[in-house]
Design a protein around this ligand. Structure first.
Ligand code: SF4
Ligand code: SF4
Length: 256
């Protein structure tokens, strides 16, 4: 389900169509699933390091002021990723290992575990603010192929939204296209140089993200629609079309 705090910019009524999976008792990691397909109980489907946009980080930092364990989890996530004014990204070595190990590693390799996964509880520590790539993940579609299509459209839409709003936030904070190009180039370098990426905000990153969260909140939903352009409108129409079609017209449950 889409994070609640996204509702100030986007709204889709999924309530009747989205059955929340019981991740605490993950079926995919249960003995009922044959071994080659079974997920590890230690990772479940969280063998993925998602991009978290600047405005989400600002929101989490605000919440972390009243929640010590969330604060610790954020510090952990920051120390494992490449943190730039656009947000937090997986480091290049993580990406290359993921590419090398391929889809077999998904749901299985502990080395790929997301830094926001809380191993003591076996659950996501940022569930209500998890990004689009995670919130649109459907591990079992009760709407056949159409459900999988919805997943792809929703994931693409949320990725576009996050990328667009993270950029718009930077423009509003005075960054230029050249500044962003430079930070993206530095992010891909083998040697990580955060002082170059952050400039005057170096070692004041949390303060920056809080500011980014407040700047993003000023962006209106109509402005986001405009910024997301034709691709955003196409994906939105596809999602709305799915929601407007009676559930009974969909196919069988697809096995995981
Ligand atoms: S979303 Fe992931 S953790 Fe939750 S039930 Fe599905 S595979 Fe398991
Ligand atoms: S952010 Fe949460 S849901 Fe997404 S991969 Fe990490 S632990 Fe899993």
């Amino acid at each position: 389900m889409i994070p609640d705090f996204y509702r100030r910019w986007l709204y889709f009524d999924f309530e009747e169509r989205w059955e929340t999976r019981r991740c605490a008792e993950c079926e995919q990691a249960s003995a009922a699933i044959p071994l080659p397909e079974r997920f590890s109980r230690e990772t479940k489907c969280c063998t993925y390091f998602p991009f978290l946009p600047n405005f989400t980080l600002g929101n989490l930092i605000e919440q972390g002021k009243k929640n010590a364990s969330l604060k610790l989890r954020l510090v952990h996530g920051f120390s494992h990723g490449r943190v730039t004014p656009l947000g937090v990204f997986p480091p290049p070595e993580y990406e290359s290992r993921r590419g090398q190990w391929g889809s077999e590693a998904f749901g299985r390799r502990l080395e790929l575990l997301c830094p926001f996964f809380q191993r003591t509880h076996g659950l996501c520590s940022i569930w209500n603010e998890r990004p689009g790539v995670c919130s649109s993940y459907i591990c079992r579609s009760t709407y056949g192929e159409r459900g999988q299509e919805l997943k792809r459209a929703l994931e693409a839409y949320l990725n576009l939204f996050e990328w667009t709003l993270a950029h718009e936030t930077l423009w509003r904070l005075g960054y230029t296209q050249d500044d962003i190009r430079l930070m993206e180039r530095l992010r891909a370098e083998v040697v990580w140089r955060p002082e170059k990426v952050w400039g005057e905000w170096f070692e004041r990153e949390e303060e920056f993200f809080t500011k980014a969260f407040h700047a993003a909140r000023e962006v209106q939903s109509v402005e986001i629609d405009e910024l997301m352009g034709e691709e955003g409108a196409r994906l939105k129409a596809k999602i709305r079309d799915f929601l407007a079609t009676p559930a009974a017209s969909y196919g069988r449950v697809l096995p995981p």
